[in-house]
Design a protein around this ligand. Sequence first.
Ligand code: BGC
Length: 372
Amino acid sequence: MKKYLSILLALVMMFSLAAMTPAVVSAEEQQTVGIAMPTKSLERWNRDGTYLKDEFEAEGFKVELTYSDNDVPQQNNDIDNLIASEVDLLIVAAIDGEALNRTLGDAKEAGIPVIAYDRLIMNTDAISYYVSFDNYTVGKLQGEYVVEALGLEEAEDVVYNIEFTAGDPADNNARFFFNGAFDTLEPYIESGILNVVSGQTEFEQVATAAWSTDTALARMQNILASFYSDGTVLDVALCSNDSTALGVAQAITSDYAGDNAPIITGQDGDIANLRNIVDGIQTMTVYKNVANQAVVTLELGKLILAGEEPAEDFVDGLPIEVAYDTETYDNGTGIIPSYLLVPTTITADNLEELVETGLYEWEDDYLVSTAE
Ligand code: BGC
């Protein structure tokens, strides 16, 4: 009897020990996530890459992270390599949303699911889901900031001059940002309260290839020389994001004849732009918490890697506010189910909100990133 009791005890101990020990995943079983980011030259993608890598690795996944120097053939090549190394999931922030269909077709053939990250990827049925922010709202917040700051709703017998700078036509987001801002301001342009002195109001006229700071700088210098050198006042430079706002701010600082500080909008909360906000050079930025975007991508990725599909109420269980959108993002092959996070407006008055995220801290008078 005693013998049986001790065997029983040993068995009980074995089972409870097994339950307490975390499952050890062998190298063969460990799943790999391939992450393709556009470029290291634009600040935000460095943060996205770091946060995504950290999130997936912390959950025991292997991560292969590539940056493609804003070069389209290079990104195709990088994704080809990720497919060849048999990753189990691809997360892709496209450089050119129209240029990945052959490569992602190969991913589909190899049975590798794809999440379009931040930017929708067009004309391919290889995309399972899209994780981004509400891109139209990003532009809308910029427009609404201008309406409020200039008191346009109450304005009478006054004209404010404005110029637009938008993003890369190859990036599906760029039109959403521009439309969100333009639609908000259009009634005031039509009534004459806002005047686009250059006359450049079409997306194609104001777009900035590769979101380049230098290109935005050169175009704004041109506009200032052509339309504002006689002392015409510029009240607003509506810029779709921080990399373009940086160039526009530089042009205004060096080439603008007026002595007012035009409103300059942006998006992302890049460190250089946050400095400009403290210094009163840039006025606002639309902040998108990409650490949260990485968390949402992780939760979605985990389901996909487990061979499951997110339930209708998947977003309700997330620790972050996310909208599930099945109407807005058609990539030419049909609607891509989208998970959209919420952007917020940051000005000199609420920079502390960024510190509260834990992702930024003060260093003297300026904010720096706390990311490693
Ligand atoms: C992103 C923005 C970013 C821009 C340039 C867009 O697709 O959504 O956050 O500023 O690309 O990198």
